[in-house]
Ligand binder design. Structure first.
Ligand code: FES
Length: 284
């Protein structure tokens, strides 16, 4: 046996204490409902977002910014800085950050390991024995999950731009001032409270909650400290850690609600762009 195969064998998943065999369990509740519902919602949202961010614009050139609303999938809009070929969606240049951030999220890992890989299908539910042949997060590709902390740092870049996008969402830009591109589709410039603006605001609040409730951020702020009260800085870190812990308790809720609102926000912009309806708004 080579050293490499010996190491991989040692890293293989332990047998565990749950009943052996796919789906075997002593549980009497409807444990399969959660992973099935979550798998359906996740697949619909992730499938739509991938299609919209990568394919829709590149093939049909449907605008992703209209009436002062820039789809959150394309923010910041790097096509304003770079001359991109028409087949390349500008969303690709930025989407790898939120996709990587979500794909490596501790909570989503638990969720999609369950509904996509049955690894395990649920708590105290047996999984396929084939899993024991793999080193899982100890080898490629899943060892890349360890990049989560770095993706967290990067995730605050598009998040900052999403907050800035609220300005044109609540004050429709004047095409005569900002130019035809930034003012595309704006017929009534000026302050407004539109359905799109409200949707954008809810979306960015939930995305902020999702990022701030991240397990890695909580560890970054409060981890590796033996004494929380020893210095003034550590007391501040302790207070911050407590606030983040409050948010962290609802991380699952932020994960699902923000995934749904970002899907709805992009769909809203696309429907406005194809003229399906106009943004209902109170104007001042
Ligand atoms: Fe979910 Fe970091 S653990 S975003």
């Amino acid at each position: 046996m080579t050293v490499q195969s010996a190491v991989l064998r040692a890293l293989r998943k332990p047998r565990g204490t749950a009943p052996q065999g796919f789906g075997k369990t002593s549980r009497r509740d409807a444990w399969a409902v959660y992973p099935i519902v979550q798998g359906v919602v996740f697949t619909i949202c992730a499938g739509y977002l991938t299609f919209s961010g990568v394919v829709w614009n590149a093939i049909w050139h449907t605008p992703y910014e209209v009436d002062g609303y820039l789809s959150p999938l394309f923010s910041p809009d790097l096509s304003r800085l770079f001359d991109l070929p028409p087949w390349l969606s500008p969303g690709l240049l930025i989407l790898w950050i939120p996709i990587g951030f979500r794909a490596t999220c501790y909570y989503y890992r638990k969720a999609y390991y369950r509904f996509y890989f049955a690894d395990p299908p649920g708590c105290a539910v047996g999984e396929p024995t084939v899993h024991r042949r793999f080193a899982l997060e100890n080898a490629l590709p899943f060892v890349l999950q360890n990049l989560h902390r770095y993706l967290l740092y990067l995730a605050f870049i598009p998040l900052t731009f999403l907050w800035l996008d609220l300005i044109p969402a609540f004050v429709a830009p004047d095409p005569a001032v900002v130019g035809p591109e930034l003012g595309y589709g704006v017929t009534d410039p000026g302050p407004r409270i539109g359905l799109g603006g409200v949707l954008f605001l809810v979306n960015v609040v939930l995305l902020t909650g999702y990022s701030l409730s991240c397990h890695s951020l909580r560890h970054l702020v409060g981890g590796r400290i033996d004494c929380f009260s020893c210095t003034r800085t550590r007391r501040v870190r302790y207070t911050l850690w407590q606030r983040l812990t409050d948010l962290n308790r609802n991380h699952m809720w932020y994960a699902w609600s923000s995934l749904i609102t970002v899907t709805l926000a992009d769909l809203y912009v696309r429907l406005l762009a194809v003229g399906a309806f106009t943004d209902p708004a109170i104007r001042f």
